[in-house]
Write a protein that binds this ligand. Structure first.
Ligand SMILES: Cc1ncc(COP(=O)(O)O)c(C=O)c1O
Length: 368
């Protein structure tokens, strides 16, 4: 099907950067620099400086960024790790693959971890918290960090959806022991394939993650220090990502402008709840523009017929998937949200007319 408004417009995105990307590909490949070379090192430096941490390490996905972070932090067998169910499955998979026990808590109205529920979930076995900054908005990091400090807990931020978002002038990924980012193509800073980054101020931890991603090899001495993994971020991808990172502040402003147009066009519809939450200390970047809608499934069908591509993240909460063995949790807000959420088209290529068309169709739907 050809959409009038795509959720993310990859061909248009590529076209806007085509000449610069092709020049980079030609330059890097002519040098023959493909694995762990200067372009990766430079990207890591640029990324760390953007986020505001001392180090950044490129890996092959946000999933591995989370998995390695927990492992490097010493989280292992039997440790409890608190996170949310209203997230992508990778957040919980990273805990499970470290043989730790996920403890899922409910979220609040802004889709992020409910801090009251976090405090109640802490037990003597709790070792870490993985706050998920969803849709381009940070969790309440003032409360979270003070709870973590009080209980001596490690914080690993799942910032896969919030590169560039701020809370009190600090960016996502600069609060915890590490920040974990995804460079999946649909993310604000997307690779042409998979990629991820770990940010940290801890030099030893950054070095450990560099070993994890490269089979535990110390390439200088030739020693293999332990059994590691193959999870390197491609040098060529890194070179292109450095280019994209320069555009990111502009892209964030564009997303915030699009969000504002949606707000103006939709805020008087009583059947909708829009993602404009209070709190002056928050700077949201709208990785996703997620509304809560009455008659959600009918609306999605209607928009599809009008040529508008939308996404539901997630129609069934993680703890309702049999295969994940999480059915012991009961999370009322998470369950409610899964029946109401829908993400509207949000990307840097979308034009005002397209946004207005989406608004017009939604208004049409609720006026009937
Ligand atoms: C909240 C969250 N956590 C983790 C991930 C995993 O990232 P990746 O797909 O790069 O492994 C994603 C990606 O969609 C995500 O949105």
């Amino acid at each position: 099907m050809t959409y009038k408004v795509r959720f993310v417009d990859m061909p248009k995105h590529y076209k806007s950067l085509r000449n610069e990307i092709l020049a980079i590909v030609d330059e890097v490949l002519s040098r023959g620099d493909v694995i762990l070379r200067e372009d990766l090192r430079r990207f890591e430096e640029d990324f760390a400086s953007f986020v505001g941490t001392r180090y950044a390490v490129g890996v092959n996905s946000g999933t591995d960024a989370l998995f390695f972070s927990l492992r490097a932090a010493g989280v292992g067998s039997g440790d409890e790790v608190i996170t949310v169910a209203h997230t992508f499955v990778a957040t919980v998979a990273a805990i499970i693959h470290n043989r730790a026990v996920p403890v899922l808590v409910d979220v609040g109205k802004d889709f992020n971890m409910d801090m009251d529920k976090l405090e109640e979930a802490i037990t003597p076995k709790t070792k870490a918290i993985v706050p998920v900054h969803l849709n381009g908005r940070l969790c309440d990091m003032k409360r979270l960090m003070s709870i973590a400090q009080r209980h001596n807990l490690i914080v690993i931020e799942d910032a896969c959806q919030s590169l560039g978002a701020r809370f009190r002038d600090k960016k996502a990924g600069s609060f915890g022991l590490t920040g974990c980012f995804s460079l999946y193509p649909f993310k604000m800073l997307g690779a042409f394939g998979d990629g991820g980054v770990v940010t940290t101020n801890d030099e030893e931890l950054a070095e450990k993650i560099k070993l994890f991603r490269d089979h535990g090899q110390n390439r200088k001495t030739g020693d293999v220090l332990f059994y590691g993994f193959n999870s390197r971020l491609d040098n060529l991808q890194a070179a292109i990502l450095s280019l994209k990172l320069k555009y990111l502040p502009r892209w964030i402003e564009k997303r915030r402008r699009v969000a504002e147009i949606y707000r103006k066009g939709l805020s008087d519809i009583p059947q909708l709840k829009l993602p404009h939450f209070s709190g002056e200390e928050y700077f949201d970047v709208y990785q996703n523009y997620v509304i809560r809608a009455e008659r959600r499934d009918e609306l999605v069908k209607f928009l599809g017929e009008k040529g508008i591509e939308v996404l539901i993240s997630w129609p069934r909460p993680l703890h309702h998937h049999k295969g994940l063995n999480l059915r012991r949790f009961h999370l009322s807000e998470t369950e409610r949200i899964s029946k109401e959420v829908v993400s509207l088209p949000m990307n840097t290529e979308i034009d005002n007319e397209q946004v207005e068309y989406v608004i017009e169709c939604i208004r049409d739907f609720y006026s009937n």
